[in-house]
Every structure is written in structure tokens, then in C-alpha cells.
Design a protein around this ligand. Structure first.
Ligand code: E4P
Length: 217
């Protein structure tokens, strides 16, 4: 299972990378705005800065909603760095653009996916990643993890190679449940990764080992 961090914050990206378990980064226009990164040139530079910190894939989202605009923007993004994956919205032109980029060998991440039917379309178009948003489904009393299971089942039925990137992960149990279901990737905040470390028996066990060592030395 790949771990991506879902942020545009360079310090958090560095921290996750330093742990040695990071496989990539996802961003979106809201995450960029949260870091105060505005203006096309600054945004493009920020993507390159992120690519220079991590070894893996970095999703960079287009803001166009028409096919021609997505192609133009996506090609510009893909040119920036070999680690860039073009992130496209799950709308009709986004599906068309995913097919266009697949034919050109440019990797894509189809985002804002909330149903199995949308995930099926993304796979048919040849998307590299599909991003079902589990936290946002949970927010409206719909089982986000069930969507991951449905997509896993459908993709396995037909051997689709599109990777299931569980997005909108909010906490460690999302990570663990996605791993049980077989999501290929999860993207979440740093806290969802660091939370996996925590166990009180680890802390008390380590404290006892160190205390016992001190007694004998
Ligand atoms: C996915 O790529 C999105 O950036 C993201 O996971 C959205 O998460 P949120 O619902 O916590 O905003």
C-alpha cells in the first residue's frame, strides 16, 4: 500500500518524507490556497518544490473544466517535472482528458469520485489513479469505506490497472480499513500517518525497558 500525504505544506511533506514511508503527495486548489500559494507562477513553482522533496508521484490539479483547457493545463503541469500526475475532475470533459492523456503516456488522477460508476468510467478512460473521497462521504452519513470495497471488487473483476487512491482520509482507522479492503494508495494528513505509531503498551513497555537497563548500569 502506498502512502501519500494530502497537503501543500512543505514542512509536513518533509516530515513525512523523513520518516521514510512516504510514496507521494496529493494537492488540490484548496490545499494550495490554505498555504497562501496564489498566482499561476507561484503555484507551478510550488509543485516543483514539492517534487524536489519527495521521491514519488505528486498530483497537480487542473482548474479548467473544459477539455481544451484541461489538455493545455495538464500538458503544462506534466512538463514541470517527471513526478507530476495530472489531476482531473470527474466530469465528462475530465474523462475525455484522462483518455487523451492515457494515449499520450501522461499519468492522471481522476478526483472528486463519489460512486462506483464514476470509478468505472475513470478506469475505462485509462486513469492511473482514481480518487474516491471517503471522508466527505462519511460526512454525509454515507459509508465511504463501502465505496472503496465496491471499486476494489469491480476493478478486480476486470483486471483494471487503475490504482484506487483512497482520498479524503481523515484518521488512522481510515488508513487501516483501506489497507484491509485493498486500496492501492491512501492519501491523508500527516496525523493519519503518525497516528499509526501510537500504542500505550509500546510507550509503557519502552519506559520499563529503559528503567530496567538503568537499574543494571
Ligand atoms: C484528494 O486528493 C483530496 O485532496 C483530498 O483527499 C480531500 O480531502 P478532504 O475531504 O479532507 O478535503
Amino acid at each position: 500500500m502506498k502512502f501519500f500525504i494530502d497537503t501543500a505544506n512543505l514542512d509536513q511533506i518533509r516530515e513525512a518524507q523523513d520518516m521514510g514511508v512516504l510514496d507521494g503527495v496529493t494537492t488540490n486548489p484548496s490545499l494550495m490556497a490554505k498555504e497562501g500559494i496564489t498566482g499561476r507562477n507561484n503555484i507551478l513553482k510550488h509543485y516543483v518544490d514539492i517534487c524536489n522533496i519527495v521521491d514519488g508521484d505528486v498530483s497537480a490539479e487542473v482548474i479548467s473544466t473544459d477539455f481544451a483547457g484541461m489538455v493545455k493545463e495538464g500538458e503544462e503541469l506534466a512538463e514541470l517535472h517527471e513526478q507530476i500526475v495530472v489531476k482531473l475532475p470527474m466530469i465528462k470533459d475530465g474523462v475525455k482528458a484522462a483518455k487523451y492523456f492515457a494515449d499520450k503516456g501522461i499519468r492522471t488522477n481522476v478526483t472528486l469520485v463519489f460512486s462506483a460508476g464514476q470509478a468505472l468510467l475513470a478506469a475505462k478512460a485509462g486513469a492511473t489513479y482514481v480518487s474516491p473521497f471517503i471522508g466527505r462521504l462519511d460526512d454525509i452519513s454515507t459509508d465511504g469505506l463501502n465505496l472503496i470495497a465496491e471499486i476494489r471488487h469491480i476493478y478486480d473483476n476486470y483486471g483494471f490497472e487503475t490504482q484506487i487512491l483512497a482520498a479524503s482520509v481523515r484518521h488512522t482507522m481510515h488508513v487501516i480499513d483501506c489497507a484491509k479492503i485493498g486500496a492501492d494508495v491512501m492519501t491523508g494528513p500527516l496525523s493519519s500517518i503518525e497516528g499509526l505509531l501510537k500504542h500505550p503498551l509500546t510507550d509503557s513497555g519502552l519506559a520499563k525497558f529503559l528503567a530496567d537497563y538503568k537499574k543494571g548500569n
